[in-house]
Write a protein of this length. Structure first.
Length: 280
């Protein structure tokens, strides 16, 4: 008993070595957020000079919402991000299931081809995609994102393939004995137990569209564009000078949906890590 208690006791130096880097990393990540929030509450004249605001300027948030027409363009971003994430996750899960659980000639080579497309930068593909969408008359519509979602994501396909490959083969055998086909097995067995993979891939798919500026700026017009594009040129005074404090307030509001979505999806990731069994 005394030996066990001695092992549990740690000196302050050991505690500092163990938790010191974590505290330093947490402070390093929190400082930009702290600076953003403090700056968003300053007067424009205090930007770059005062460390803290003399009087909290909550009106910056009202002005940020008004100048950027926040409700309209945030709805555009939310609809576009959600539609793409849902389609990309569903298609990628189906493709990953096929790679993981079904054998076919050339399966390994085809999977390597999918992974190879993951390594190609999006900017390399943008020009031919833009020409194609322009010739098909799909510019200033949300169809490019719908088509991208229907094509899946190489990252999500890889994630689902690795996740589904860890499932015991007995699940497939038992379902096949009951007369279930591949699609029914996928929908009733694999998808209900793929919470961690679904949550992780959905976060990345949603963030890609919500935080993207280039594609909406070139493919969509002002009324149909996203909040990121609108905010890039909305916070200016009558003389064309940037309003930095109002911009910081807009950025703080811009990241709120991302924090809420991550907080919602995180519980599924944690639940999948903690739960070791497979649901029936």
């Amino acid at each position: 008993m005394s030996l066990a208690l001695a092992r549990r006791r740690t000196s302050p130096a050991q505690t500092g070595v163990r938790y010191g880097p974590v505290v330093v990393a947490a402070i390093a990540f929190a400082l930009p957020i702290f600076w953003l929030l403090v700056t968003s509450l300053k007067k424009q004249s205090e930007y770059g000079s005062a460390l803290f605001p003399s009087v909290l300027q909550w009106a910056n948030y009202e002005l940020a919402v008004e100048l950027a027409d926040f409700g309209h363009f945030a709805t555009n971003s939310l609809v576009l991000s959600t539609a793409y994430a849902l389609l990309a996750v569903l298609v990628s899960a189906l493709v990953g299931y096929g790679f993981a659980r079904h054998s076919a000639p050339g399966r390994g080579k085809l999977f390597m081809l999918v992974i190879a497309t993951w390594m190609v930068p999006n900017l390399v593909l943008f020009v031919p995609q833009f020409v194609l969408f322009a010739r098909l008359g799909l510019t200033n519509t949300y169809w490019p994102w719908i088509l991208w979602g229907l094509s899946g994501s190489p990252f999500a396909i890889f994630l689902f393939r690795q996740f589904f490959a860890s499932f015991p083969r007995e699940l497939d055998d038992a379902a096949e004995v009951d007369g279930a086909g591949p699609l029914r097995i996928f929908l009733q067995i694999y998808m209900p137990n793929a919470g961690p993979a679904i949550a992780a891939s959905a976060i990345f798919m949603f963030l890609w569209v919500w935080g993207d500026w280039l594609y909406p700026a070139l493919l969509l017009r002002q009324d149909n564009t996203t909040l990121a594009v609108r905010m890039a040129n909305a916070y200016l005074d009558p003389h064309g000078n940037p309003l930095q404090t109002v911009t910081m307030a807009g950025v703080a509001l811009y990241v709120l949906p991302l924090i809420a979505f991550f907080a919602f999806a995180q519980r599924f990731i944690v639940r999948g890590i903690v739960t070791t069994g497979i649901k029936g």
